[in-house]
Structure formats: C-alpha cells, structure tokens
Design a protein around this ligand. Structure first.
Ligand code: SF4
Ligand code: SF4
Length: 342
C-alpha cells in the first residue's frame, strides 16, 4: 500500500500500478482494537463504513497527476498523517488501565485549552449510541470527545483542485496530531483515552458531532457548524470519563429547514449524487449521498468537495444564513433523535 501510494505521489504509476486500497489500510488499523479486553459493540441496525476504494486504475487517481511542488506538498501531509494514524492505532495494542473515571472541571478546562492551542476549532462530548458504531467494529468506551478542525475558505473555494485536496489533507493531518496529543494528555492524568482514526474511523463522526451539538448535518451529508459552516473535519477520542459535560440540546437543527429550500449542493454536484431529500436510516442517521455515484468522480478529481465549497454556510457563514432565513414551515425534518441517547 505505501509503495503504491509513493509511486502515485511521485507520478510513477504505470498501467500495471494498482490503485492503493485505502479500505485495506484502514481495516488493518482497525484490527488493533482486537487487543481490547472490554469494548462496546455496534447495534444490529448499524451501517457498515462507507468504502473508499474504486476500480479505477492508479493513473486515473487525481493524486497521480501532481506536479513537482504539489508532490512535495502531498508528501508533507501524507507522511505525518499516516505516521500519526499508526501511532493512534498502536495505542489500542496495550489496553490502558485507568486510575480515574471522573474528571474535574479544571481537568476538562485544561483539555479544552490544550485542544484549542493545538488547532482544534471546537470540542464537545457525547455518549456514543451503539448504532453509530460501524458494523464489525468496536470501541473501547462509550464516551467520546468530539473535536473539529477548520479548513481555510480560499483553497476550498477552488474545489475540485489540488489546492482544495491539499487543504483537506492538512485538516486530516492536524486531526491526527491533535487526537494523539489529547489522548496522551488524558493518559498522563490517569484517564483511559484512545484516539479515533483521523481518516475513516470506526464510528460515524458526523452523526456523533450532531449528537454532541457541534452543528447539524446538511443535505450534503456534512456537518454544518456555527464557526466554519461545512469547512471542517471531525475526529474523536474514546474515553472512560463518565462525567463529561455532555450537551443533549442541539440548537442547529433548523439548518435542515434551510437545506429543504436551498438544494444548492444537490444542483451543483457534477454526478447528481446528492439526494433531493435525505433518507432516514435504521441506525438513527440519514443517508444524504449515493456514495457509489460520488466515489469515482471524487477519486479522479482531487476529492471533489464541490458540495462543501458551494454550501452557503461555507460561503457567507452560519450567522448570515440564519439572519436571512425566515423559516420554512413546510420543510421536512430528519432530526437524529438526540434524546435517544441513554
Ligand atoms: S448547499 Fe444548501 S442544501 Fe446543501 S447542505 Fe448547504 S445549505 Fe443545505
Ligand atoms: S464530493 Fe463531489 S461528487 Fe461527491 S457528492 Fe459532493 S459534489 Fe457530488
């Protein structure tokens, strides 16, 4: 996988080079959790993780066509991202024996200060419902810290482009670094902490972020938050801290009333992969995108991100959209039931 990835990034993919399987890499990282002696399992309604792989030959992958400086940029993000994902997955190899399961307010304050200083935009907490754990996966504890990192507007506005994909890679790299840093901090202070994988993950991060009150899921299937609109990435840390300041109210669900009028991402998607109206799923989440339709365009075109870029929340910001939105009483609602969390 790493050899194939290196060949692609260096522009050396030929007709015999297979596209690297990101799904295989992520599955191999997930298998570190087999060392856990106690864990939380998914529910029968849980969905499988959305696959990343396509049948495209390696030369058709957007990353295979980078120029010299772009290749260096890609390597400067891909290497620390992969290294930090490996470090995170190895934290599951030897389960940590915690000293405490209750954190003081001061401890949570220190955690949040550290998260912000490291580059996290927002941080919240959730009790993970088993239906948000992907089929066949497991997590060490049902409590999770959920945090976001912002992606800059200027490069995202150029989507689909290398500049945009580079910004997305920067976001993933930062999430991986921050997740490991916060997990080490908690462990040093006697709490169990296991970083989620920055890319992929074994839980539905968007679903968890909405449950945690960080924002609301838009029709493009991405989280829309007050700070960055949809220009964000999400990661988690699973922990044994039982008294996390979990918020059960979500003041952002009006966003989907706006979506029901807007549909801009639906219109702008070049392969019509976004549903006119999301479909509620058995696992409590909602299906917004036909991933099979999205995946090939996404892989060929630098991770696409058109839906993210054109969203009014990314363009003019949450506050302006809210100020101008007078409500849509006919909007169908697809709220993930926050009060379903035990
Ligand atoms: S582009 Fe419009 S419909 Fe799509 S997620 Fe953003 S606000 Fe909702
Ligand atoms: S990433 Fe691109 S192809 Fe995929 S849903 Fe968004 S706009 Fe459509």
């Amino acid at each position: 996988m790493f050899q194939q990835m290196f060949k692609i990034l260096m522009g050396r993919a030929d007709e015999n080079t297979k596209a690297p399987s990101l799904d295989s890499l992520l599955n191999s990282m997930d298998r570190h959790s087999d060392h856990l002696t106690t864990f939380v399992s998914p529910s029968p309604e849980s969905k499988p993780r959305t696959p990343f792989d396509t049948d495209l030959p390696a030369r058709e992958v957007g990353l295979a066509n980078l120029k010299g400086r772009q290749r260096l940029q890609a390597i400067s993000k891909a290497v620390p991202l992969m290294l930090n994902m490996q470090i995170a997955s190895r934290m599951y190899d030897r389960p940590f024996v915690p000293t405490y399961n209750q954190a003081s307010t001061e401890m949570i304050d220190r955690l949040e200060q550290m998260a912000h200083a490291a580059g996290a935009k927002d941080i919240r907490y959730v009790k993970v419902p088993p239906n948000a754990i992907f089929q066949g996966k497991k997590i060490p504890y049902s409590y999770a810290i959920v945090f976001t990192v912002e992606m800059d507007k200027e490069p995202i506005d150029t989507s689909p482009s290398w500049d945009s994909q580079h910004e997305v890679m920067r976001g993933y790299k930062n999430m991986a670094v921050i997740g490991n840093k916060l997990a080490r901090f908690l462990r040093r202070n006697g709490f169990a902490a296991y970083p989620g994988t920055a890319l992929g993950g074994v839980t539905d991060y968007v679903h968890l972020a909405e449950l945690a009150g960080l924002g609301a899921i838009g029709y493009h299937g991405l989280l829309i938050s007050p700070d960055e609109g949809a220009r964000l990435r999400i990661n988690t840390i699973y922990t044994n801290i039982e008294n996390l300041p979990i918020q059960t109210e979500n003041e952002h669900l009006w966003v989907r009333d706006f979506c029901a009028m807007c549909h801009k991402c639906v219109r702008k998607c070049p392969v019509s992969a976004i549903y006119e109206q999301p479909k509620p799923r058995g696992d409590g989440g909602m299906q917004c995108i036909d991933h099979v339709s999205c995946r090939e365009y996404f892989t060929k075109n630098y991770g696409c991100a058109i839906c993210l870029a054109v969203c009014p929340f990314s363009q003019v910001g949450y506050d302006k959209v809210k100020e101008r939105f007078k409500g849509n009483p006919n909007a169908p609602q697809f709220h993930i039931p926050v009060d379903a969390i035990e």
